[in-house]
Write a protein that binds this ligand. Structure first.
Ligand SMILES: [Zn+2]
Length: 100
């Protein structure tokens, strides 16, 4: 009788929803069936977050370039180069935001 009680006590809890299973195999099946998708979505959400972080940094960089462009210490040639560089980055940014 005592032995049986100990067996019942042994359970494997799902780390996602807390549901308990008698065997590790059952738990693995449960996780695969119920949580695999959620896990993938989580990953995707993270990369979208990183992407918008990158976009924000790029927008900042364009702002810096545009600030430099009006600096009195630059020659017309240098200003022209800066203008072209920031235009190129802006185009890339617009392309990324469109395809997002
Ligand atoms: Zn679960």
């Amino acid at each position: 009788m005592e032995e049986k009680q100990q067996e019942v006590k042994k359970e494997y809890k799902c780390k996602y929803c807390g549901e308990a299973f008698g065997k590790p195999l059952l738990l693995a099946h449960h996780v695969r069936a119920k949580h695999k998708r959620a896990k993938k979505r989580e990953k995707k959400g993270l990369s979208v977050e990183k992407m918008s972080e990158q976009i924000n940094k790029t927008i900042e960089a364009i702002g810096i370039l545009k600030g430099l462009q009006v600096s009195p210490h630059l020659s017309d040639e240098e200003k022209k180069v800066l203008g072209e560089v920031s235009k190129r980055i802006e185009e890339l940014l617009a392309f990324i935001q469109k395809s997002k």
